[in-house]
Design a protein around this ligand. Structure first.
Ligand code: HEM
Length: 533
C-alpha cells in the first residue's frame, strides 16, 4: 500500500499539471518518483529502510537511531551483496560500515538486518519474534511453505516438527537406520577402491547421501554403482529444486518485476512441481497398496497419522520432498570439505588413522558405536564445520513477525534477519588464530574442547539455533562422522598430484560447496577386506 504522503505529492503535482500534455505529466510523475527514490536511498541501510522511516515518520514515532549499513543503489539497494559469495561480501560491508554487531541493508524493497556477532545472533535466532521465514516465491511454488522449512510459525509447523522429531530424527530411529548407513559406506568404499586413476569424490558422495535419505524416507534402496532410472530421475529433480531455491530471485524483492519473471524462476518451478508430484505420488500409492501394517519408513509414518495430525496428500508430498531435498546435499557437501582438508593436512589425516587403528583395528570396518570412543575425529569434523559451514548464512533467513528491538536498535515487523555464521567462525575476536586449521582446539584439553555445535553456543552454530534449528542435525552429523571414519579407515587420501594442492575456493548455492570438485587418489590401508563391522 502506498503512503499517504507519497500519493499526496504525486496527485498534487499531477493536478497542477492539467494544462500540460500527457508527456509532461509523465515527466512530472517520473521526476517525483525519482526524487522519492533518492530520498529513500539517502537513508542508512538504503531504500527499503528509507521508505520505512519516511512512511512511519511522525512526531510520536520513536524509532531511535538508525541501524548502520550500506545504502547500495537507489531502488535496488544492495542486491550486489547477495551476488556470488554473499557471506564474504556481507562480512566485508559490515567491517567497512563498522556494523559487525548489526548491519542494515536493502534488497530492493526488502529490509534486511544481518549480524556477524555471536551474542546478537543468539538474540535473533532464539527470539520467538524471528521464528518465521521470509517468503520466497520459489519456496512457495515448490510447495515448501507446506513443509517444515518454510511453513509459517504456528500450529501446522509445530505439528510437522513434532512428527519428524518423533519418527525420523529421534535417537531410536537414527539407530535403526545404522545398518543402512553401514551398507552405503561399504558400497562407497568399494567404488572408491576401484579407481586406479585420480577421481572426483562428489558424485559418489551425493549418490550416497541421496540413497541414505531415500531409504529412511521412502524405504527405497538404490545400488550406488548401478544406474537406476528412478534414482537418476530423483537426482535431476533434487538438483533443479536446489538450483531454484539457491538462486536470488529479483522478483522476491522488486515486486514490479513479478509479472515478468525475468530469471524464468516461476516457469522452471511450474515445470518442476508436476514432476515432483508424479514421483512422490507414485511412491505414496505403492505404500498404500501394501497389505502389511508394519511401519518401515517415513511415508508409512505419515500414512498412519490420524485425527488432527493427518496430512492431505499434497502436504505429505511437500514434507517428504523437503526431507529428501534438505538431507541430501548438506551431508555430501560437508564430507567433501572434510576430505579436502584431510588431503591438505596429511599430518591431521595420519592422526585420525592412528585413532582409527587404535579404536577399530585393521581387521574390520568401522561401526557407528566406535565413534563414541573417538575424540580426535569429532574434533576434526568440528574444525572443518567451523571453517566451512555448509550454510554460511544459515541457509534460510528469519522474518520478524512484530516490531522488536535488536542490540538496542528498533527493527520493524517484516524485516528479514540473517546471521553470518561464516564471519563469526572466522572472527579473531571470537576465535584464536581463526584462519588456521587446528582440530586441536576441540581436542583433549583444547580451549574449546567442550563446545557444542548444536545451537547452544553461537560461536559455532552451523545448524542454526532456537525454534527453527535444523531438526536433522543429529542425523546429519552422525552420517557425516561415520562415513568419514569409514572412508579414512579404508583409505589414505592423497592429492591429485604430488604437490598437496587443494583448491579451497567456494561457490555459494543453497549450501557452500567447493568451487572445484575435489579430485583425489586413494591408497588402500587395510589388507583385510572385511567391509562389515
Ligand atoms: C550437515 C548437515 C546439515 C546442516 C549443516 C544443516 C543446516 C541447517 C541450517 C543452518 C538450518 C536453518 C536453521 C535456522 O534457521 O536456525 C537448517 C534447517 C533445516 N534442516 Fe538442516 N542441516 C543439515 C542436515 C539436515 C538433514 C539431514 C535434514 C533432514 C533430513 C535437515 C532438515 C532441515 C529442515 C527440515 C530445516 C528447516 C527447519 C525449520 O524451519 O523449522 N537438515 N538446516
Amino acid at each position: 500500500m502506498g503512503t499517504h504522503v507519497e500519493s499526496f505529492w504525486i496527485f498534487a503535482l499531477v493536478s497542477k499539471c492539467e494544462a500540460f500534455s500527457l508527456a509532461s505529466i509523465a515527466w512530472v510523475v517520473f521526476f517525483a518518483w525519482f526524487l522519492m527514490s533518492l530520498i529513500f536511498w539517502a537513508y542508512p541501510g538504503g531504500p527499503a529502510w528509507g521508505k520505512y522511516r519516511w512512511r512511519k515518520a511522525s512526531p510520536s514515532a520513536s524509532m531511535g537511531k538508525p541501524i548502520p549499513g550500506p545504502r547500495g543503489f537507489p531502488v535496488v539497494g544492495s542486491m550486489k551483496l547477495m551476488a556470488s559469495l554473499a557471506h564474504h561480501r556481507i562480512a566485508a560491508a559490515a567491517e567497512a560500515c563498522g556494523a559487525k554487531r548489526l548491519m542494515a541493508f536493502s534488497l530492493g524493497e526488502t529490509r534486511v538486518i544481518v549480524t556477524c556477532n555471536p551474542d546478537v545472533a543468539k538474540d535473533i535466532l532464539n527470539s520467538s519474534v524471528f521464528a518465521d521465514r521470509p517468503v520466497k516465491e520459489s519456496a512457495y511454488s515448490l510447495m515448501f511453505n507446506r513443509a517444515i522449512g518454510f511453513a509459517a510459525y504456528g500450529v501446522y509447523w509445530r505439528t510437522l516438527r513434532r512428527i519428524a522429531a518423533a519418527h525420523l530424527f529421534c535417537p531410536k530411529q537414527i539407530k535403526a537406520s545404522e545398518a543402512q548407513r553401514a551398507e552405503i559406506a561399504a558400497e562407497m568404499a568399494a567404488m572408491f577402491g576401484e579407481n586406479t586413476e585420480p577421481f572426483r569424490v562428489r558424485d559418489v558422495l551425493k549418490r550416497a547421501s541421496l540413497s541414505s535419505m531415500m531409504c529412511s524416507v521412502f524405504g527405497r534402496k538404490y545400488q550406488l554403482d548401478s544406474s537406476n532410472n528412478e534414482a537418476h530421475e530423483l537426482r535431476t529433480l533434487v538438483d533443479e529444486g536446489y538450483d531454484l531455491l539457491g538462486t536470488l530471485n529479483w522478483s522476491d524483492h522488486l515486486p514490479f518485476l513479478g509479472d515478468f519473471d525475468p530469471q524464468k524462476i516461476r516457469m522452471r518451478c511450474s515445470n518442476l512441481v508436476p514432476k515432483v508430484n508424479r514421483f512422490v505420488t507414485r511412491i505414496i500409492a505403492e505404500h498404500r497398496a501394501r497389505t502389511t501394517e508394519k511401519i518401515r519408513d517415513f511415508v508409512d509414518v505419515l500414512l498412519s497419522l490420524q485425527g488432527p495430525d493427518k496430512l492431505s496428500d499434497s502436504d505429505m508430498i511437500a514434507v517428504l520432498w523437503e526431507m529428501i531435498f534438505r538431507g541430501t546435499d548438506t551431508v555430501a557437501v560437508l564430507i567433501e570439505w572434510i576430505l579436502a582438508r584431510m588431503v591438505l593436512h596429511p599430518d591431521v589425516q595420519s592422526r585420525v588413522h592412528d585413532e582409527l587403528d587404535r579404536v577399530v583395528g585393521e581387521s574390520r570396518a568401522v561401526a557407528e558405536s566406535d565413534i563414541t570412543a573417538m575424540e580426535y575425529l569429532p574434533a576434526v569434523v568440528k574444525e572443518v564445520i567451523r571453517l566451512h559451514p555448509p550454510g554460511p548464512l544459515l541457509s534460510w533467513a528469519r522474518l520478524a513477525t512484530t516490531d522488536t528491538t535488536v542490540d538496542g536498535y528498533h527493527v520493524p515487523a517484516g524485516t528479514t534477519a540473517m546471521v553470518n555464521m561464516w564471519a563469526i567462525t572466522r572472527d579473531p575476536k571470537v576465535w584464536l588464530d581463526p584462519l588456521e586449521f587446528k582440530p586441536d582446539r576441540f581436542f583433549g584439553m583444547g580451549a574449546d574442547a567442550d563446545i557444542s555445535v548444536f545451537g547452544s553456543d553461537l560461536r559455532l552454530a552451523p545448524f542454526g539455533s532456537g525454534r527453527r534449528v535444523c531438526p536433522g542435525k543429529t542425523l546429519g552429523l552422525t552420517t557425516v562422522t561415520f562415513w568419514v571414519a569409514s572412508l579414512l579407515h579404508e583409505f589414505e587420501w592423497k592429492p591429485l598430484d604430488g604437490n598437496n594442492n587443494v583448491d579451497l575456493s567456494e561457490v555459494l548455492k543453497l549450501s557452500c560447496e567447493m568451487e572445484k570438485p575435489l579430485t583425489v587418489q586413494v591408497h588402500r590401508r587395510r589388507t583385510t577386506l572385511s567391509l562389515s563391522p
